[in-house]
Design a protein around this ligand. Structure first.
Ligand code: NDP
Length: 248
């Protein structure tokens, strides 16, 4: 599977799953645009790892939740690279808490970054793809968007929203040969899950038939397939990569 000559924008490419996607795409020959919001050190580390593979990349800082920042950044990227072929909407946050006591700002923040962030990036990123009459949009949702999760009503609602966004965008953009799919990870070993208490991790592991947490590379492999020509007839779908913890 080659992505030679393609330009791929990966939101939240500085760490975790996003970094693994950047490395996988770079290894396949794509030029990678690494986005981050607040950790330039992490973005520089991704850049160094991409370059160590012989890949080409550059870093762009923007907050996916800000429509104006996203628009400006995508204008810059298109001017600099001449095109955008692949967009991975990966940036995400958690602000966990029980529904009955969840703060309004925790609801709003998760919706703004996880759901509106993808809308902002798709809106800006689909324009060059429409002109090119080719594109791949890959959205990172979550197992909890399908199964739900106590303590994550905001996150699960945003992630379920991404599934509806995927299917609607897939229908709207199909005539321009732009496919839109999502990957739904289970529990993957990153900073996000590193924050979970040991007891919670043990409980999660007990629910995973394969008995281990996933690796960021497992998600990157699914994204690589969706970005490739092998997936040209796949659109509006969700690929579940979760060790069997949810079989939807
Ligand atoms: P991490 O917490 O390790 O990394 C999050 C990334 O998102 C960072 O690169 C961060 O940038 C970036 N980011 C956060 N907010 C913004 C923003 N407003 N604008 C731009 N970038 C932002 O997360 P993971 O790698 O674990 O998760 C990646 C995606 O996968 C998320 O959407 C998450 O919901 C999803 N997911 C993760 C699972 C897991 O088990 N880990 C399971 C299911 C889904 P910076 O470095 O600057 O902070």
């Amino acid at each position: 599977m080659s992505l030679a000559g393609k330009v791929a924008v990966v939101t939240g490419g500085s760490r975790g799953i996003g970094r693994a996607v950047c490395l996988r795409f770079a290894a396949m020959g794509a030029k990678v645009v690494i986005n981050y919001v607040s950790r330039p050190d992490a973005a520089e580390e991704t850049k160094a790892q991409v370059e160590a593979l012989g890949g080409e990349c550059y870093i762009v800082q923007f907050d996916v939740a800000s429509a104006s920042e996203v628009q400006e950044a995508f204008k810059q990227i298109t001017a600099e690279c001449g095109r955008i072929d692949i967009l991975v909407c990966n940036a995400g946050i958690t602000r966990d808490g029980l529904l009955a006591t969840m703060k309004e700002e925790d609801w709003d923040q998760v919706m703004s970054v996880n759901l509106k962030g993808a809308f902002n990036c798709i809106k800006a990123g689909c324009r060059p793809m429409m002109k090119q009459r080719w594109g791949r949009i890959i959205i990172i949702t979550s197992v909890v968007g399908f199964a739900g999760n106590a303590g994550q009503a905001n996150y699960a609602a945003a992630k379920a929203g991404l599934v509806g966004l995927t299917r609607s965008a897939a229908r709207e953009l199909a005539s321009r040969f732009i496919t839109v799919n999502c990957v739904a990870p289970g529990y993957i070993a990153t900073d996000m899950t590193g924050e979970l208490p040991e007891k919670v991790k043990e409980k999660i592991l007990a629910e995973i038939p394969l008995g281990i947490l996933g690796a960021p590379e497992d998600i990157a492999a699914a994204a690589a397939y969706l970005a490739s020509d092998d997936a040209k007839y796949v659109t509006g779908q969700a690929i579940h990569v979760n060790g069997g913890m949810f079989m939807g």
